[in-house]
Design a protein around this ligand. Sequence first.
Ligand code: PMT
Length: 421
Amino acid sequence: MSSLSGKRILLGISGGIAAYKTPELVRRLRDAGATVRVVMTHAATTFITPLTLQATSGNPVHTELLDHTAEAGMGHIELSRWPDAVLIAPATANRMARLAVGLADDLLSTLCLALAEGVPLCLAPAMNHRMWSAPATMHNRDTLLARGVHLFGPTNGPQACGEVGLGRMEEPQHLVEDLARLFVRPWLAGQSLLITAGPTREALDPVRFLSNRSSGKMGYALAAAAAAMGAQVTLVTGPTSLPTPPNVRRIDVVSAQEMLGAVLDHIRDCGIFIACAAVADYRPVVTAPHKIKKQGENTMALVLERTEDIVATVSALPQRPFVVGFAAETEQLEANALKKLHNKGLDMVVANWVGGEIGFESDDNALQIYWAGGQKILARARKSALAYTLLELIAARLNPGLHPGLTSGHIPTPAPTGATA
Ligand code: PMT
């Protein structure tokens, strides 16, 4: 369930080449459950026809300031009363300048002036990178930011003019996610969450270790989303190159043993534990004190021992939080995930395929979530977006009154007890 579900989004399109992406943007907004109405500037209609936007939005497209068909001939006022948010995409340098100055010489700028207090105005800038970095545009950007306008992008990359730089419009799916974040509900307010993320490293000698491909992106996305949803978040992380999300307390660890220690140190008073880290299952029995030298033989055997199972340890605590484990699988996703749900004593297991193009390292993932008596499948999306949906689901499991229906859906008979997966 997206936070955009049921929201009224007014999409303003100004005259830039990125306007060709707006039918997809409209489609994705509607897929997220929003109702969309479109206002185009005259310049925008030279890049893409109003008919295309009418067909994709399912609503008439507005282009004229003085609209004879609108009530009392004041279409801009009617339109300004309608939306829950306004998104202007693409927002050209000219459009930003008009908004910064407060011009009211076309429908889009006029309705932005007339917008009710509290209705977010969001811009997705798109222009040549020199135009973006020009002092006048920077000044307008700062003026708009100081007024509380939200800026989504621009991003870096090849531009329509053939140059490369900062000035590309954010991709439609990312704009939808940015917009959705504005409507996130504080469903985790008052909750304390402990999340593990990233890989662990098990030392062989002072310079070598056993590890895996986890980048930490999924766990960090969960930490960022949980903090945005009002929770107090502690992130116990293996080595990654990611910045700490805002309002998140971060504890860096290296090995599985250190991760277990940090988790046990901070688990008290936590209502929710999410084990997203890719913890090594085995570590070398002996860590050599000096760099291991090549031997005469062509092969070399490592003797490994099991690491502590962190999530199972937390599940077994006498005063345990709501425990969510992940299952990273390359085969039999559902069966293996259900085994982990059972064998590790989880309240919920989040299964993802790994070894392909999503899962480890990628910005995207796809999740199959199971709990006793229910399941939810979340199709491929950015980890940052999936994190919100997963946390909403967890919040709804803890408090079914929050969102009846979110946690409905039955699963087959739980897997029988078997070998630890
Ligand atoms: O970090 P990214 O690049 O964004 O990739 C995300 C991810 C693929 C790592 C993530 O989505 C994920 O699947 N994390 C769990 C990886 C994993 O170790 O899965 P597993 O099936 O081997 O372990 C099952 C569960 O037991 C996990 O919750 C794991 O954290 C936990 N575990 C495992 C071993 C151990 N010694 N202690 C544990 O707590």
